[in-house]
Design a protein around this ligand. Structure first.
Ligand code: PEP
Ligand code: MG
Length: 765
């Protein structure tokens, strides 16, 4: 129904007859099976159809007839089909309603004699959706050959939504209300789910659902016209807030960021979206339930879309739906404003950086997401704050309830929900061991990392946000070896202004005191996408238009950033380096841009840095073979081993299928790393490694043996790497490895040799 039709129709204040019947069916029944039976009866009589049936999806991915009024009762819990099989299976597969006047004439019709369904001509099937997943199919059939009206389809969708909530609610409480006879939709408690470890750490805590589900008790509106008014009020509040975003803050921002908010506004005023919400409320749902229903429909469709553009739109719509739910509840959220338990583990589908920081950090013990990625903003912040995060736990929101006991393993990516004693005991033991290790590392904090044969290794931090800075002192780091400036751009809703950039860089320099801070200019592109700039679709983003390539083609953004860096470095030591340089010419060009900004500061009479060093990141194999040449133009070299290894082994670092196929301790990789270290030495150019391998003890001592004396790593690496270095004789390990690092080597990895060496020499790795 369109918006205008809705406006002209007389508002109904009583729930439609079907909803009344459903309300009655919900009241007083104890078991879910009884409720399903009651639903089937209510639908059949209120819609004046011959058949109403409920099919639910079992764990083996088969749809099972679970209740019916009109088909043979003996077929209940017997008739089964696969998604895609028959008309019911087709509805499950497509997650869309199917409305047919002549069902037996449809090519997908499959005859099931045990149900006795052959005399029924018209067929309407709607998916039972929750969280974008299909739980089952609701079907009505009648003898007479007719298509069902739009209003009937709408009504059945509403009933399907109520059903979905009841089914899931029953599973959540462990079937206390009486489980579905013979059906398990989700395995019953306790649960263990494997996701992906995106931020390390082990914690036990209490589950907190970021967005609590609409409880079945609040699904149906008491008074439809009152509910319609409530929805209109919520939409008005939502629109006003989106309008404010466009005209207020965003007005002074770049064109790109403004466009994003305009798109946002377009959604808020989208007649289709709002129309679907109004229809759902008119069919008897509460406004919250209506938002949830429309969201489920969108998710079910768009989750199938592989196109990143469509998926991004899905996120925009999700965000808008969340805002509307908040507007309806009148809730106001702001930093540190959410009420949670003291040991909360947050469960969400996806979490934006602002939403994450709404929680009080002291109470946060972990995050579990159904989506997320290693490079998502939530993951970046969690790693900085030392909060474990496990992502890609698909379906976990349907198993969890606020208040559940949770063990979160950010090392392996495992989530134990409502764990049994034996699991808790084992987990506690691991937590104790980890706690003791942490204490041991803390004790080393103020000790310099000097190997037994007297090599002093500088252990520095990889950082990028304000929240990282306290870690410098907490970990006893010797400086910031890699400051990823793009993080500030990625976690904000708008392009950071010159002043904001300068303030962050100044903050980092001040926090470091007399320790060095190495700023890496914007490394955008690839998987690092800014929310306010539409990504340019590319076949191979990792080797596409990214980092220095964007900066040199569109120098405006980098010049602006270099200006902020020169300003932040006033009267201090400023170190800047460029990412993804592939040829010496690129370095020359980038350096010239930097010099221009220094000249500008000179001309304007601004205070200049006391000392300036401009370096290069060595992340591409081509530059490895031009180290000497690039050293003529670089004051230092920093090996970005994450990228260097991905290009060296031609294995996408973000693709779980291939990212672990190679070992960075392969003699070929070590030959390149050794070559770089030696060439830099010959040119008297300081060299460091700042990829993830620098933070792993076994790899870090190997790099030390190759000649590296500066390692920059995530905060969690500093303690373990220092403990290993203190026990290392670097020259001795170097002599052990030397015979194997050459083009003649037939080994596929030196890992075992290094591991054996550590065992023999009691080096903790
Ligand atoms: C690297 O590539 O090793 C690196 C440190 O940079 P990033 O991980 O930010 O690409
Ligand atoms: Mg890199």
């Amino acid at each position: 129904m369109t918006q205008d039709k809705l406006k002209s129709s007389k508002p109904e204040s009583h729930p439609p007859p079907l909803m009344r019947a459903i309300r009655e069916a919900m009241a007083g029944t104890e078991s879910v099976q009884e409720r399903l039976d009651g639903f089937a009866t209510a639908i059949q009589s209120a819609m004046s159809v011959r058949v109403a049936s409920i099919y639910l999806l079992r764990p083996g991915a088969e749809l099972e007839l679970s209740a019916t009024e009109g088909l043979k009762k003996s077929a209940v819990h017997k008739t089964r089909m696969k998604p895609g099989e028959g008309l019911v299976g087709h509805v499950a597969l497509t997650a869309r309603p199917l409305n047919l006047a002549d069902a037996p004439g449809h090519p997908l019709f499959s005859y099931r004699p045990e149900t006795g369904e052959d005399p029924f001509n018209s067929f309407l099937g709607v998916p039972i959706l929750r969280g974008g997943r299909t739980l089952g199919v609701l079907v009505v059939q009648s003898k007479q050959s007719r298509t069902f009206t739009e209003a009937e389809v709408e009504d059945l969708l509403t009933v399907a939504m109520v059903l979905a909530e009841i089914i899931i609610d029953d599973e959540r409480v462990g079937g206390k209300k009486g489980k579905l006879k013979g059906i398990t939709l989700a395995p019953v408690r306790p649960e263990t789910m494997e996701g992906k470890a995106f931020a390390p750490g082990l914690n036990r805590g209490t589950a907190h659902l970021h967005l609590p589900p609409v409880s079945p008790a609040n699904l149906l509106a008491e008074d439809v016209s009152e509910e319609q008014a409530r929805l209109e009020e919520g939409i008005a509040v939502l629109r006003a807030s989106v309008d404010a975003m466009v005209s207020g803050e965003a007005a002074s921002l770049s064109r790109a960021s403004k466009e994003i908010y305009e798109t946002y506004r377009m959604f808020a005023y989208d007649r289709k979206w709002v129309g679907r919400l109004r229809e759902a409320v008119s069919s008897g749902l509460t406004s919250e339930a209506a938002v949830e229903r429309v969201r489920n429909e969108h998710r079910a469709r768009l989750m199938k879309a592989r196109d990143p553009y469509l998926r991004a739109r899905l996120h925009d719509l999700e965000d808008l739906a969340n805002r509307l739910i908040r507007a309806l509840s009148g809730e106001k959220v702001g930093p540190g404003n959410r009420t949670i338990a003291d040991d909360a583990i947050i469960f969400a589908r996806e979490l934006g950086p602002a939403e994450l920081l709404d929680y009080d950090r002291k109470q946060l013990k972990g995050i579990v997401l159904e989506e997320g990625s290693a490079t998502s903003h939530a993951a970046i912040i969690c790693r900085a704050l030392g909060i474990p995060l496990v992502g890609r736990c698909e379906g976990i929101l349907d198993l969890i309830e606020t208040g559940d006991d949770v063990l979160l393993d950010g090392e392996t990516g495992t989530v134990h929900v409502r764990p049994v004693e034996s699991i808790i005991d084992g987990f506690k033991l691991r937590m104790t061991v980890k706690g003791e290790l942490t204490k041991a590392y803390d004790a080393l904090k103020d000790q310099p990392a000097i190997t037994r044969d007297g090599r002093k290794i500088s252990l520095q931090l990889n950082a990028g946000l304000l929240v990282d800075l306290p870690q410098l002192d907490q970990a006893g780091a010797d400086g910031i070896g890699l400051f990823r400036t793009e993080f500030q751009f990625m976690v904000s809703d708008f392009m950071p202004k010159l002043k904001e950039q300068t303030a962050l860089y100044q903050g980092a320099i001040q926090a470091a005191g007399d320790r060095p801070v190495t700023f890496r200019t914007l490394d955008l592109g690839g998987d690092k996408i800014l929310p306010y700039i539409d990504p340019v679709p590319e076949e191979n983003p990792a080797i596409g238009w990214r980092a220095i390539r964007i900066a040199l083609d569109r120098p405006g953004l980098m010049r602006y950033q270099l200006r902020a860096l020169v300003a932040a470095g006033a009267d201090a030591h400023l170190r800047v380096m460029f990412p993804m340089v592939t040829t010496v010419d690129e370095m020359i060009e980038a350096r010239a841009l930097f010099d221009r900004e220094v000249d500008r500061a000179v001309n304007l009479g601004l205070t200049l840095p006391k000392k300036i060093e401009v370096g290069v990141m060595l992340e591409t194999p081509s530059l490895a073979w031009q180290v000497s040449a690039v050293c003529d133009h670089a004051d230092f070299v920093s090996v970005g081993a994450n990228d260097l290894m991905q290009f060296f082994f031609a294995a996408d670092r973000d693709n779980a299928r291939v990212s672990d196929r190679y070992d960075p301790l392969h003699p070929a990789a070590l030959s390149v790393l050794k070559f770089i270290a030696h060439q830099c030495d010959r040119n008297n150019t300081p060299v460091s490694v700042c990829g993830e391998i620098a933070g792993r003890p076994l790899e870090a001592i190997t790099l030390t043996a190759l000649g590296y004396r500066t390692l920059s790593m995530p905060v969690t690496g500093i303690g373990p790497v220092k403990a290993a270095l203190l026990k290392l004789d670097a020259a001795d390990l170097s002599a052990t490895l030397e015979p194997h690092i050459n083009v003649e080597s037939r080994l596929s990895s030196l890992r075992e040799i290094v591991q054996d060496y550590c065992t023999r020499n009691a080096i903790p790795v």
